[in-house]
Each structure stands twice: as C-alpha cells, then as structure tokens.
Ligand binder design. Structure first.
Ligand code: GLY
Length: 423
C-alpha cells in the first residue's frame, strides 16, 4: 500500500513512524514533511492547503491511502477533495471538521444535545458582547470562533481585560476572520485532560488519555503555545470518569454529528475539564493533538493503518483498540522566544543518539535539511518522547534524553508532568 501523509509537524512525524511500522505499507509520501519525517518517507514540497496539487500528486503516484492530519486543510475541505476523487482518506470532511473550525457551532451542538460544557453565549456584534460582559462573573473566557493557531482563547481576570480582549478579537481582528464571532464562556476550574478518539461516524473508540502543557513557561506561566509537552496516561482520568465521558460526551457527540448530517470520520479530540461538577468539554478538535500524538501513538499496539482504514470504511466496531500498559512523556524543545519571535536555521546536534534507541523518540516539529545538516525551522523544534513503566520513570527518561540533543537558543519547560507528583 502507498500512503500519503499531509502535514509536516511533530504529530505527522509520530503518525509517519506508526505508519512505517505497518506491514501493509510499502511506500510513504509526506507533504511537505520535515527533516525527521524524511528519514521514513519521501517528502514532497506541496503545501497542505494546495488540494489540487496534492490530488495530482496522489494520482500520479497511485497513492492508496491519504491521511490529512492538520486542522487548516481539514477545515478547508482537503479530505473532501481526495474522497470525492475516490481515494481512501483518513480525516473528517469539511462539514464535520467544523466541530473544531467553529467554536460557535460546537457550543451550539453541545447545548442542543445536552453534552456537558460551560455556559456560553455567542456574539457577532462587539457592542452586544460588551454589554453582556457587564453581567458575567469573572474570570471569563473569550474564544474567537474560528481557527487561530491555538491562540484564540483569552482568559480574562478583570472586566477591563475582557473589554480589551473583545476589541483585539472583533475590532482589531488579531486573528483575522476567526474573530468575526466570539464565544463568551464561563470559566471552569479543574484538571485538563485530552482524550483523542477514533470514529467511523457511528462507532467511537477513545484512545488512552493525555495531558498537554500549553503555557510557555514553568508553572504554567507565560503565553499560550501550541503545547510545550505532554504525558500519557493522565492519572486523573479514572475508569469511572472514562465511563461517564463515553456515555455522556463521546457517544452523544458522534450521534449528534450524524443526526446533523455531518458524519464524523477521523480523530475527534475531546479537550476535557474535570470540574467539581463532573467532566465537561473545553473544546473539540477534528484531528490528533500535537504534542498529544507524540505520547499516545507510541503506546498504540494496533497497526495504525488497520484502525484508520476501519474509520474510513465504517467498520470500527470490528477493531479491538489496545495500548501498552506503560507511560510516555514528551518534552518539547523549542526556540527561545517562542511563541512570539525566534530565530531559525541553527544546526541540531545529537539526533543520531535516537537511532534505534528503543523507547525514545525525537519527533521533529520544526526542522529542515540545509546543506546536509538538520536545522531549526520553527518555534517548536523537536518533541523528545520517552517511554517508562510508569509516569515517573517516563518523565525521568524524557528529561535525560533532552540532554542528547542540542541547538542554539534551545528552550524547554522543566516541569512537564509535574502534576503526576500530586496524585
Ligand atoms: N495540544 C493541543 C492541540 O493540539 O490543539
């Protein structure tokens, strides 16, 4: 089987690694891929948004199976282009990816189908939104409706902050058209958990749980990022909570999408808050999380192609999804200055230390080849993942392994998985 993976970050590197282990796969292409992915796949320099070129390439190479991994192409309907051309494609159609692409849509869906979430009101008029703010309890959460690279959510502690945040989103258009509408949501407290679920539109199979660390600095300080590290499983996501979520969140969401004529096939990422009143949905994404994928995928026992194909074919009920009884921690090595401004192009040393090192992974997020060397090419550069028998040993292994890789301006958090100590 020939597989084309659309994307070029750490999530796609983890997916490529899993696909490369499938006995069913003879050849992998990645568009555009990155330096790490190029060790496992043939990378082709086509933008993830260029559906026409991607389709021509897939046809020319007689690709059998396509995986569209990132949010932007899914929201833009890139999976639809392949599916309509008769190519088996993993990833939801545009009309289902809206569950991530529009917060207003997902909040409305949850309200209409009684899926637990924080109370919210959606506005397309800034003055009406400001008036509403005068009535809310602080802190309050502002969410730009559309995709904003994970930066469109503002937690505001004062009314002045919230009013300024509304202006940023709706008037200054800091996130472009993503800010045409804003969702104003009550603030929730509790432990955050990410649960990625495979779905074929009818059946939904949750994967093992994970937790992300979104802030740039230690102890959750600094700006929001795409994710500075993850651990899996989350010790706070008990069997009882998992059962509640399955019955009250995962299954009802997939059924709701089907009832709306928006059959969801792919990975439904459920961002949960374990509040004192029970688990509630913080957000839905229409794809694997990044860097959640870097700790969940290495623990998957199944052939990932078997599972993904079952999602496309509608036969997920036949799959027995299994994960290793171990733990994984990923520490993101970033460029100093991320997520605001940072330099690129620095040589990355020590990657050879990860070759054939069982239980250790260097998943490339922002890297490229330059004059025969692998260099930094993004804010998030490499996710160092290590496996351990339990979370404590996985964390120790991961931090030790971060010392094996070096580049100028290397930056990381030092407290990934610290919450493990509090259980
Ligand atoms: N790690 C959060 C996300 O992938 O959106």
């Amino acid at each position: 089987m020939k597989v084309l993976i659309v994307g070029g970050g750490g999530r796609e590197h983890a997916i490529t690694w899993a696909v490369s282990k499938s006995k069913r796969v003879d050849k992998i292409y990645a568009a555009p891929g990155n330096a790490g992915i190029s060790e496992l796949a043939e990378c082709v320099d086509i933008s993830v948004m260029d559906a026409d070129k991607l389709l021509s390439f897939a046809k020319e190479k007689e690709v059998d199976f396509v995986i569209v991994a990132p949010d932007d192409p899914l929201a833009a309907g890139v999976a639809d282009v392949f599916l309509d051309a008769g190519i088996k494609t993993f990833g939801p159609r545009k009309n289902a990816a809206i569950i991530e692409a529009s917060k207003a849509f997902s909040k409305d869906l949850m309200e209409r189908y009684n899926i637990p979430s924080a109370k919210s009101v959606t506005f397309d008029d800034v003055n009406a939104a400001k008036e509403y703010l005068n009535t809310v309890k602080l802190p309050i959460v502002l969410k730009a409706d559309g995709l904003a690279l994970g930066k469109g959510v503002l937690i505001c502690n004062t009314l002045d902050e919230a009013l300024a945040g509304l202006d940023e989103i709706m008037v200054d258009k800091k996130f472009g058209d993503a800010g045409n509408k804003v969702v104003i949501e009550d603030f929730m407290t509790g432990r955050e958990v990410s649960v990625l679920c495979f779905s074929d539109g009818t059946t939904i199979l949750p994967m093992t749980s994970a937790q992300d660390h979104k802030r740039a600095g230690d102890n959750d300080t600094g700006l929001n990022t795409g994710g500075m590290g993850t651990f899996s499983p989350s010790p706070f996501y008990t069997d009882e909570i998992a059962e509640f979520c399955e019955e009250n969140i995962y299954k009802p969401t997939i059924a709701a999408m089907k009832a709306e004529g928006r059959e969801f096939k792919g990975v439904l990422f459920v961002g949960l808050m374990l509040t004192p009143d029970g688990p509630k949905v913080l957000e839905f994404n229409a794809r694997f999380g990044d860097p959640e994928a870097q700790v969940v995928i290495p623990r998957l026992k199944n052939d990932i192609i078997d599972v993904m194909e079952a999602c496309v074919d509608g036969t997920l009920d036949k799959i027995n999804l299994e994960f290793e009884d171990n733990a994984a921690v990923c520490v993101m090595l970033a460029s100093e200055g991320y997520p605001v401004s940072y330099e690129k192009g620095f040589e990355i040393r020590g990657l050879e230390n990860f070759k054939d090192k069982d239980g250790y992974f260097a998943f490339h997020s922002g890297t490229k080849w330059s004059n025969g060397k692998v260099v930094t090419n993004g804010g998030r550069v490499i996710g160092i993942t290590a496996i351990g028998d339990d979370l404590v040993s996985a964390r120790a292994n991961a931090y030790k392994a971060t010392e094996l890789v070096d580049f100028d301006n290397k930056y990381m958090r030092h407290d990934i998985g610290k919450a493990i100590d509090e259980q």
